[in-house]
Ligand binder design. Structure first.
Ligand code: UD1
Ligand code: UDP
Length: 368
């Protein structure tokens, strides 16, 4: 049986890597990896770390790419590859434009589709944008929906997806953490190397979502900057996404603060070990919301909605929104209220147990 795994961005690569490794272990399967390279630099770093050499690379990335560019170039490139490989199953992960194009290309060729991280819903088509639409569109086409949690399964059932196509597996992002996070890890990054994580409280900041670019992102960064002026023992580390629109706002608002470290995106080992050392995280990222509870790190989610309510419900995350005052208040509470902090950091990770890839591949072998 031939399985082709398609991905294109940093988070898809991180979350698909354990699945690729598990597929490659099984002798009954012939595994092919195809990257669209919707991201280039940020994708290549992950491929290198996990030692994955793609069989096919569409190399579609171009600076300033639009959603249409990504969709058309991926769809066109995949056509040729699917015709050549003729796989029995195509796997996609998550909700990017690569994922939507991968599923659509597969459907056009009547190839079965497995969707890893299926069933997440914010119930607002414009937040996250365009991801909420991408994941809904893929659910219509998928034959195997690998849901991280039971509430993801419930979302699919509510949309009329048959239970026979749904499997609860946990999120593969947790699988990777077992291999990366070490308490005695030594940083390679020149900035991180010099920081004393014992004498100060460090906040890890990331923000890149399309719907936050503009005023919401300005609100978030201004709240971070202003709260720093109250707490002198606090520093902020922001490994900035390569999107120039994000970097411009970050440099304008946070660039001159002596307790803010604006750095390049970190490789996955560095990033997850940084997550393990900081006091807490403020982010609009999806994957980071899922990773942080494994290390007992509270998360302030700077989005109006999150499709990952499990963390909020379990008490490890605060959904702060993107209004200045709400973001400021969330930061202030978590910095001043030790009881709240301790309660949030004791929550068990609701997203997975580290064995999701194994479950997914077992299901593929049993039912395909
Ligand atoms: C994409 C996904 C988003 C995911 C994010 C992960 C879509 C529509 N969005 O958003 O769901 O959360 O990836 O990070 O699929 N850039 C580089 N080099 C890179 C990568 C990006 O320079 O290696 C810059 C380019 O200027 C590019 C911009 O970032 O135009 C945006 O990249 P793009 O893939 O279009 O969207 P993301 O915001 O990264
Ligand atoms: N990440 C990384 N380096 C960084 C920032 C994030 O390796 O500098 C990892 C992080 O551990 C997580 C993933 O990238 O697994 C999240 O990616 P991102 O926030 O770009 O996308 P999202 O999860 O929101 O789709």
């Amino acid at each position: 049986m031939k399985v082709i795994v398609i991905f294109g961005t940093r988070p898809e690569a991180i979350k698909m890597a354990p699945v690729v490794k598990e597929l490659q272990k099984r002798k009954e399967l012939e595994t092919f990896v195809c990257v669209t390279a919707q991201h280039r630099e940020m994708l290549d770093k992950v491929l290198e770390i996990f030692d994955i050499v793609p069989d096919y690379d569409l190399n579609i990335f171009k600076p300033g790419q639009t959603l249409t560019d990504i969709t058309i170039e991926s769809l066109k490139g995949l056509e040729e590859i699917l015709t050549t490989v003729k796989p029995d199953l195509l796997l996609v992960q998550g909700d990017t434009s690569t994922v939507f194009s991968g599923a659509l290309a597969s459907f056009y060729h009547k190839i079965k589709i497995g969707h890893v991280e299926a069933g997440l819903r914010s119930n607002n088509l414009y937040s996250p944008y365009p991801e909420e639409a991408n994941r809904r569109l893929v659910s219509v086409l998928a034959d195997y929906n690998f849901c991280p949690t039971d509430s993801n399964r419930q979302n699919l059932l509510n949309e009329g997806i048959s239970d026979s196509k749904i499997y609860i597996t946990g999120n593969t992002v947790i699988d990777s953490l077992k291999y990366t996070v070490k308490d005695d890890y030594e940083f390679e990054d020149e900035v991180l190397k010099k920081l004393d994580f014992n004498s100060k409280r460090f906040i890890l900041l990331t923000s890149h979502r399309r719907e936050n670019i503009g005023q919401p992102m300005k609100n978030i960064f201004n709240a971070v900057k202003d709260v720093l002026n109250i707490y002198e023992d606090v520093e902020v580390i922001f490994p900035m996404h390569l999107n120039p629109k994000v970097r411009k706002i970050a440099v304008e608002i946070l660039g001159n603060h002596n307790r803010v470290h604006l750095i390049s995106p970190l490789d996955y080992f560095e990033f997850t070990n940084l997550l393990n050392r900081v006091h807490f995280v403020i982010t609009d990222s999806g994957g980071i919301q899922e990773e942080a509870p494994t290390m007992g790190k509270p998360v302030i989610v700077v989005r109006e909605e999150t499709e990952r309510m499990e963390g909020v419900d379990a008490g490890s995350a605060i959904l702060a929104g993107t209004e200045y005052k709400n973001v400021y208040n969330a930061l202030d509470s978590l910095l001043k209220d030790d009881k709240l902090y301790n309660k949030m950091s004791e929550v068990q990770n609701p997203y997975g147990d580290g064995f999701s890839a194994q479950r997914i591949v077992d299901i593929i072998l049993k039912y395909l």
